[in-house]
Design a protein around this ligand. Structure first.
Ligand code: ATP
Ligand code: MG
Length: 306
């Protein structure tokens, strides 16, 4: 199957001299959910902006549905819906008018039945006559998605759809994205959250400093990233990890006051219960504990210095 989006050797240097993309090559297959993961300033928005024709590439090429985004801009652009990172909406327009108008911008004939379907799918139908200004942040974001879907694009870009969004709303957004995938839309989303990539994506790309440093099926990536650490805050520092606990993957913090257990969250047994029993049996006392996921930052460090 031919990819729906093909990015070849794409680089972007802004007028400021900042190189935001460096020789990115990537194929997106029709119907997949692709998550682009990367820290602030990695180049995610620049990559999306370039594919959507908002940012001029310095070198390299992009095709969408076989249409070159520069030579054949209109055809390429009409296949794409974009929900930008920064939300702009016309505060005093109604939901219905905003979404319908957006369709018109792409030169598509009116299709109230489609607009109705989109609004129903996004649970916005009963607010169709509300002014945007009266909606909650989460609803506004869904209106932006409705706008992006108004012209029946085959590919939808979501740039940080859940940044600054509460947990419940984030889950709601995931459901919306899954439902869209079920209708056959290809989805590319950017995120800082590994959890989000894990929940949503079929494939994950990691971008850092303008370079796509890894593209993997989610399952394979999660196996690499699925480590967690349990830290026991000890009552008294230890000199070494006690021999009685040698069977566990343990280390001591620099100040020797925390015992750190690294475990695989995807293993059938994390070993935590047994560890705590053995810690107790070894006479080691602790007064607090916490767990942490390997952070994206840490993962980048390990990937970049691998
Ligand atoms: N219009 C611009 N002019 C100059 N530099 C820019 C411009 N837009 C982005 N940059 C720079 O290009 C780099 C990549 O920015 P980009 O917005 O693509 O990153 P990002 O991965 O989307 O980050 P974030 O997670 O913060 O949204 C950054 O160093 C940024 O400062
Ligand atoms: Mg961005």
């Amino acid at each position: 199957m031919a990819p729906i989006i093909s990015v070849t050797n794409l680089s972007k240097t802004y007028g400021t001299g900042r190189k935001a993309l460096n020789a990115v090559t990537l194929d997106i297959m029709g119907g997949e959910i692709f998550a682009l993961l990367g820290p602030n300033g990695a180049g995610k928005t620049t990559l999306i902006g370039t594919i959507c024709g908002l940012v001029n590439p310095s070198t390299g090429s992009v095709t969408v549905g076989g249409h070159d985004i520069v030579r054949d801009y209109r055809a390429a652009r009409s296949m794409i819906g974009l929900v930008p990172q920064e939300l702009h909406t016309d505060a005093f327009e109604s939901v219905w008018d905003t979404v319908s108008f957006s369709r018109g911008l792409f030169g598509k004939p009116k299709n109230p039945a489609h607009i109705e379907k989109v609004l129903r799918d996004l649970s916005l139908w009963d607010r169709k006559d509300s002014k945007i200004i009266t909606l909650s942040g989460g609803m506004k974001r869904r209106v932006m998605i409705a706008k992006a879907l108004s012209h029946e694009p085959q590919v939808l870009f979501l740039d940080e759809p859940t940044a600054g969004v509460d947990v419940e709303l984030r889950k709601g957004m995931w459901e919306v994205v899954r439902a869209l995938k079920a209708t056959g839309v290809t989805i590319i989303l950017t995120t800082h959250y590994i959890e989000e990539a894990e929940e949503m994506a079929d494939r994950v790309g990691v971008i850092n400093n303008g370079e796509l440093i890894l593209v993997e099926q989610k399952a394979a990536l999660m196996q690499k990233l699925g480590k967690k650490q349990l830290k026991l805050h000890l009552d008294t520092p230890l000199d070494v990890v006690p021999a009685a606990l040698a069977a566990y993957d343990l280390s001591l913090s620099g100040d020797r006051i925390k015992l750190i257990y690294t475990y695989d969250t995807r293993a059938e047994h994390t070993g935590i219960t047994a560890l705590l029993a053995d810690v107790r049996a070894a006479g080691i006392r602790f007064h607090d504990l916490d767990t942490s996921q390997s952070s994206l930052e840490e993962i980048f460090v390990s990937l970049v210095h691998a």
